[in-house]
Design a protein around this ligand. Structure first.
Ligand SMILES: C[S@@+](CC[C@H](N)C(=O)[O-])C[C@H]1O[C@@H](n2cnc3c(N)ncnc32)[C@H](O)[C@@H]1O
Length: 191
């Protein structure tokens, strides 16, 4: 909620009322799409490719991943094959990739997705979307949504309290942020 108030004030200050009304239009449109999404049946036992297509197109593109389709299909296939029991994602954004991890990973996996409200590239998401994202998890999965800066020591502590002594492999440059904050949290070694 604080995020929404901050964004409203920042928009009025920097861009004026016209821009605020435009953003409000988008916000309510997304709320409507969210309601549509909740009425849809989530695909079960679908192939990675089908799930990727669903994530791009469901509810008017509400979850659309910020990814190249062919690349995310490959990664989704890898996740399906390896069935990791722990996933940490930096950058929840619209929730498209989070949806894939929940559907393709181990049915008892622990999944953590972190995003910074007001983050770069128009990132972050409004509070109401946490309810939507929670519906992605399978019955026995544990899904944690952290709306905070991945580089902050507080986020590291939160992540540590969730993961305990589980080791997470870091795969791309964005994740270096978490690597750094976990180093601040004096936690882990990375190969
Ligand atoms: C490229 S998007 C994520 C894409 C998403 N996984 C997908 O495929 O749809 C990058 C996201 O990282 C988030 N982000 C950027 N810096 C961050 C930080 N320091 N801590 C947490 N999230 C951050 C942004 O808010 C944005 O939502």
């Amino acid at each position: 909620m604080i995020y929404e108030i901050e964004i409203t004030l920042r928009t009025i200050r920097r861009e004026g009322l016209g821009s605020l009304f435009k953003k409000l239009g988008t916000y309510f449109h997304q709320l409507f799409c969210g309601a549509v999404f909740l009425c849809q049946r989530l695909p079960r036992n679908a192939k990675p490719q089908e799930l990727v297509d669903f994530s791009f197109h469901a509810a008017g593109g509400l979850l659309q991943p910020a990814q190249v389709r062919s690349e995310i299909v490959q990664l989704a296939e890898l996740v399906r094959q390896r069935q990791p029991k722990t996933i940490v994602e930096i950058g929840t954004a619209q929730g498209g990739t989070l949806f894939l991890w929940c559907r393709l990973t181990h049915p008892e996996a622990t999944i953590v997705s972190i995003d910074l409200p007001g983050g770069i590239h128009g990132g972050g998401y409004p509070f109401w979307k946490t309810f939507l994202y929670k519906t992605f998890a399978q019955t026995e999965q544990k899904l944690f949504l952290i709306r905070a800066n991945s580089q902050s020591p507080d986020t590291a502590k939160k992540l540590l309290s969730i993961l305990g002594d589980t080791t997470v492999r870091f795969r791309n440059p964005v994740n270096i942020d978490v690597f750094r904050c976990l180093v601040m949290g004096e936690w882990m070694e990375v190969e």
